[in-house]
Design a protein around this ligand. Structure first.
Ligand code: DNO
Length: 385
């Protein structure tokens, strides 16, 4: 696979020159300065492409070309927004940037409750605590009937373990982690500049009243059918990112969570350009998924690989595991054999050796990811020998 790296543009503290020194071959990035829904012009696309190429690298993958909420819930302006999306795709296609990662998660992209959970060795990791998430949903967001979405044990942990240690600071931290810090930099709906993130978040949830999984699926197929002619013309591969975590949350439908879901969106729009970002990390965050089996089954439909993996506890909490987890080694073996030309990037690595002082985007440390890339590169060399 091509060794790529998610880089956040010329303002990223990690420079392209640094990346060349650590064995990165291709860049995964987006035009983060362009607001969601606006066209990526030829000029802006070429500017980014030229910048990357002037540093001896190539722009391998767009992550993400964001799909506006209105396309997801089927708003009145969705056709207009899809037309703009097609123009952006054409401009990328003309520039030769032909792998496009996107997601179809309503309102919230990925979710974590803790961004610096301490490990015994002194590094820190991302963590998802189900009981803290329930606390956010029930006590902070105050979503109607939210209790019904959690099992007894989670509610007990919430009452007995989370609530007694929560104070204003703790609640603020949960809000920041769940709907601000993990979202803003991925072109999410909420940024650090929003003064009332919870209020804004509630308004966003309202947009999905009456949208169930079936409607969301139909809207995804509508979107894909509309853009496939452009993908056919330019040879563009669309690859949807699985929902992270792969389950219904906050009363929102989620439709890329498991084997049946993946089969359903592939069957709904049977075109080789309609494919998957195989994010082993997102899929493994649900105990129902066997990532190795899924990798075998969907390798042919995968256009981009995210190398990371999670360990789920019996209570539903999950943590990012080491990049040398045996399941991830198997996943790498499968893709090296079946899809040797797809792009792969390491994802969500620990904070280590001073990373914590650098203000990197959550999950996107330098030293942690460099170590992970070293590990994955070693695995690739070994499985190919
Ligand atoms: C988080 C990322 C996601 C991903 C998008 C793709 O770290 O994996 O934000 O980029 O869901 O659209």
């Amino acid at each position: 696979m091509e060794k790529t790296w998610r880089w956040f543009g010329p303002n990223d503290k990690i420079t392209l020159d640094m990346l060349r020194q650590i064995g990165v071959e291709g860049i995964v990035t987006a035009l983060h300065h362009i607001p969601n829904g606006e066209v990526w012009t030829e000029e802006e696309v070429n500017k980014m492409k030229d910048y990357i190429e002037s540093h001896g690298l190539r722009w391998s993958v767009v992550e993400s070309l964001p799909v506006c909420e209105s396309i997801k819930y089927g708003g009145a302006d969705r056709d207009e927004l899809i037309e703009k999306y097609k123009v952006s795709l054409r401009n990328l296609g003309k520039a030769g940037v032909k792998t496009i990662c996107y997601n179809f998660m309503p309102v919230l992209d990925w979710a974590r409750t803790d961004l610096d959970y301490p490990n015994p060795d002194g590094t820190t990791n991302l963590y998802f605590n189900m009981a803290e998430f329930a606390y956010f949903d029930i006590n902070i967001l105050k979503r109607e009937n939210a209790e019904k979405d959690y099992d007894e044990e989670t509610l007990r942990r919430m009452r007995e373990e989370v609530a007694p240690r929560m104070d204003k600071e703790g609640e603020k931290r949960l809000v920041e982690n769940i709907i601000v810090k993990t979202q803003g930099f991925v072109n999410g709906n909420i940024t650090e500049d929003d003064l009332e993130p919870v209020k804004k978040f509630r308004e966003l949830l309202e947009l999905y009243k009456g949208i169930d999984a079936e409607k969301l699926r139909a809207n995804m197929a509508y979107f894909l059918n509309a853009i496939m002619p452009v993908c056919d013309e330019f040879g563009i591969d669309m690859c949807v990112h699985p929902d992270d975590p792969p389950m219904q949350i906050l009363g929102l439908p989620r439709i890329v969570t498991n084997d049946e879901d993946i089969k359903a969106f592939l069957d709904a729009v049977p075109n080789p350009h309609n494919g998957l970002t195989f994010c082993a990390g997102s899929l493994s965050a649900g105990a129902h998924n066997d990532v190795v089996e899924l990798a075998k089954k969907y390798a042919d439909h995968t256009h981009f690989v995210h190398a990371r993996i999670c360990k789920v506890q019996p209570n539903g909490d999950f943590k990012e595991s080491t990049h040398l987890d045996p399941r991830l080694i198997e996943v790498i073996r499968i893709f090296e054999k079946e899809r040797p030309n797809v792009a792969m990037r390491v994802d969500h690595a620990p904070l280590m050796l001073g990373d914590d002082k650098m203000g990197y985007n959550a999950g996107y440390s330098f030293h942690g990811r460099m170590l992970a890339l070293g590990m994955i590169s070693g695995v690739m060399a070994a499985v190919n020998k």
